[in-house]
Design a protein around this ligand. Structure first.
Ligand SMILES: Nc1nc2c(ncn2[C@@H]2O[C@H](COP(=O)(O)OP(=O)(O)OP(=O)(O)O)[C@@H](O)[C@H]2O)c(=O)[nH]1
Ligand SMILES: [Mg+2]
Length: 438
């Protein structure tokens, strides 16, 4: 895209009554353009200025970051005014009369990207940081901001010379008798396979932490679903009684439990019932199970797992169902090796191990710091791994066109990952999740 140098402005803080509101302006030649409203202070020095227009006289703290050492790479001014939403709107309108239009969501960051002030991976990390809802999600997003992950640099350094050799063999192979050295290429590329495998494992775990694991609690009435739901949520959200069939509606809560961001779903107990309200509740369970990443089939002590009503409901999701024995504080036989918890006694360690194994594949949450995590990133990493796999499977002695095109493919995937190919569609996808003023 050709860089669009329209000057833009936006509130960088929410339009709510508050102590301070920040209005950001970016564009070329800001000192002249803003001159009718304010004389910009020296670079990077906060100064109090009176902004006067339409009979308003607003005392503002003003900052100026000249291009290129600014967030967007253009001239940037920050006007910190009193946090009155109406005042902010009047100021934005006044900026409009100076030819400074309201920015699209994410437009400041988009300019930062196009001007080389930030990479696409950093931009995605920033978006995740702003949207994070739990401590773990904030830490993960922070760890992804900054320089490119070292493994990307390593992969490039490994691929580049082989790309050059393959190109040379394609272009001059016949005249100059250059043959392509498949054997040594494979030797050099083999460590990439391991590297991509490790990164993919970390990225899959990190993506679960990023999005929050969708965890559905299912089972017979009175299995202890709502009690466990409340214990994991850390609050008394669901009604618990000793009467079977208490829960009817699906309840959802987002929480972080022992470092795991969860989207928890409590459901009606599964059984054949004549009660019309309960039947409606049971009918609502299926879509929850469909959308879940993991379903916990809760079974109280002394009961078997087999049950016609339950089997029918859970069978289609067998691959993502884990049986958990509830009410471990009560007597009653449980099979050896079962995951046993007691929500009432707060004994949930076995569930923690189960979730960490299923969600993180045995990795500690800290092992995911710095890993790729968005759907876009994970998909590209998978393609990259496949591409390297194909290179390692090449039979020696074939035409050099094959490795040349595969190597270029891998290189192109790395460029898409880091955003260096500047593909508009990828950028649109990334920026659709941004808020105004970022
Ligand atoms: N001793 C003991 N009792 C529990 C435990 N968990 C749940 N209960 C009791 O079991 C009964 C049913 O618990 P709920 O959490 O309402 O069960 P539910 O699966 O949500 O039941 P429905 O909503 O009817 O499907 C209540 O009387 C709870 O106090 C536990 O860990 N230990
Ligand atoms: Mg319940």
């Amino acid at each position: 895209m050709v860089h669009d140098p329209d000057p833009i402005c936006a509130p960088a803080t929410p339009l709510l009554p508050s102590a301070v509101a920040v209005v950001r302006v970016s564009g070329p030649g800001l000192a002249d353009r803003l001159a009718p409203l304010v004389a910009l202070p020296p670079p990077r020095r906060a100064a109090v200025r009176t902004l006067a227009w339409d009979g308003f006289r607003e005392q503002a703290l003003v900052l100026f970051f000249p291009a290129p050492a600014s967030y967007t790479g253009e001239d940037v001014a920050e006007l910190q005014v009193h946090g009155n939403p109406l005042l902010v709107q009047r100021l934005l309108a006044q900026l409009g009369t100076l030819g400074i239009r309201l920015a699209e969501p994410g437009e400041f960051t988009r300019r930062a990207l196009l001007n080389g002030r930030q990479g696409l991976l950093e931009v995605e990390a920033l978006r995740d940081l702003v949207g994070a809802e739990t401590d773990t999600q904030i830490r993960l997003a922070q760890a992804r901001a900054g320089a490119l992950p070292p493994w990307i640099l390593e992969a490039r350094a490994t691929l580049a010379p082989w790309m050059a050799r393959a190109e040379a063999a394609v272009d001059y192979g016949e005249e100059e008798d250059i043959s392509f050295d498949f054997k040594n290429m494979k030797r050099d590329l083999a460590p990439l396979r391991t590297r991509f495998h490790v990164e993919h494992r970390r990225a899959r775990a990190a993506s679960h932490l990023r999005d929050g694991l969708r965890l559905a609690l299912a089972g017979r009435p009175n299995a202890g679903k709502s009690t466990l739901f409340n214990a994991l949520a850390g609050e008394d959200r669901a009604i618990v009684t000793e009467i079977p069939g208490t829960t009817r509606d699906v309840l959802e809560v987002r929480c972080e439990w022992r470092g795991l961001p969860l989207r928890l779903f409590d459901t009606a107990g599964l059984r054949d019932t004549e009660d019309p309200v309960e039947r409606l509740g049971v009918a609502r369970v299926r879509p929850v199970l469909e959308a879940a990443d993991l379903v916990l089939h809760l079974v109280p002590p002394g009961e078997g797992t087999a049950d016609p009503a339950l089997d029918e409901a859970l069978a289609p999701f067998a691959g993502k169902v884990a049986v958990v024995r509830t009410m471990g504080d009560l007597p009653g036989a449980t099979p050896a090796g079962a995951v046993v918890v007691s929500a009432l006694a707060g004994d949930l360690d076995a569930l923690e191990s189960l979730l960490k194994e299923r969600v993180l594949g045995g990795l500690a949450p800290d092992a995911c710091l710095g890993a790729l995590a968005t759907g876009r990133q994970v998909a590209l990493l998978e393609e990259l791994a496949r591409q390297v796999e194909l290179l390692l499977e090449l039979a020696p002695g074939g035409p050099p066109e094959l490795p040349a095109s595969l190597l270029q493919g891998a290189w192109g995937l790395l460029a898409r990952l880091t955003g260096e190919d500047r593909a508009e569609s990828a950028l649109d996808q990334v920026f659709s999740g941004f808020c105004l003023g970022k």
